[in-house]
Design a protein around this ligand. Structure first.
Ligand code: PNS
Length: 163
C-alpha cells in the first residue's frame, strides 16, 4: 500500500491544505493528515478540535485518515510505516526552509518528501493570515470550508468575550 503523510498545524485547515490533500488522495492509496501536537506553540484550536474539524471536511475522501503526533515527523513516519511526506509549496519563500527540512528528514530516517505546487488560487493562503482577517471581521468564506468558517468565527467571538 502506498501511504503518504500530510503534516501540519492546521490551525485551522484551509482550502489550500484541502487542495493538497485531495490531489494526494488521487495519487496514493492512503493519505494521513497528521496534526502536530506542539505544547510550545499557541494555537486557536486544541488538537482534538482540529482533528474533529478536519475529519468533517474530508468525508469525500475515503482514503484520507486524520491523526496527531508529537516529536519528530520522521519518527512518526517510521513507526507508522509511511515512507513519504507530501507538502504544498506556495511560493519561492516556502522553498528554503522546506528544502532544509526535506533534506534533514531524508538523512534522519530515509523519509522522502514530495512537493506539490499549490493551486494559484491558494498561493497566498495561510492559516495565520486567515485568522488575522477573521479577527478583524473580514470575510474568510473563500479560504475555508463553511463548517470551519463557523468554528473560527465562534472561537474568535468567545476569545474576545473572555478579554
Ligand atoms: O503547518 P505548519 O506549522 O507550517 O507545519 C510545519 C510542520 C509541523 C510540518 C513542521 O514544523 C514539522 O514537521 N515539525 C515536527 C518536528 C520535525 O520533525 N521537524 C523537522 C526536522 S527538524
Amino acid at each position: 500500500m502506498r501511504r503518504v503523510v500530510c503534516p501540519g498545524s492546521f490551525d485551522p485547515i484551509t482550502f489550500g491544505h484541502l487542495d493538497i490533500v485531495a490531489r494526494a488522495s488521487a495519487l496514493f492509496d492512503e493519505v494521513v493528515i497528521a496534526v502536530l501536537v506542539n505544547q510550545t506553540k499557541k494555537t486557536l484550536f486544541t488538537v482534538d478540535e482540529r482533528i474533529e474539524m478536519i475529519k468533517n471536511v474530508v468525508t469525500a475522501y475515503p482514503n484520507v485518515k486524520v491523526d496527531s503526533w508529537s516529536g519528530l515527523l520522521v519518527d512518526y513516519c517510521k513507526k507508522n510505516d509511511i515512507p513519504t511526506i507530501v507538502k504544498g509549496l506556495r511560493a519561492v519563500t516556502d522553498f528554503d526552509y522546506e528544502l532544509q527540512m526535506s533534506q534533514i528528514n531524508y538523512q534522519l530516517q530515509g523519509i522522502e518528501t514530495l512537493f506539490m505546487s499549490t493551486a494559484p488560487a491558494h498561493s497566498f493562503l495561510s492559516s495565520s493570515l486567515v485568522k488575522e482577517v477573521a479577527s478583524y471581521g473580514g470575510d474568510v468564506t473563500s479560504y475555508l470550508p463553511p463548517s470551519v468558517v463557523e468554528l473560527l468565527k465562534a472561537r474568535i467571538a468567545r476569545n474576545s468575550e473572555m478579554k
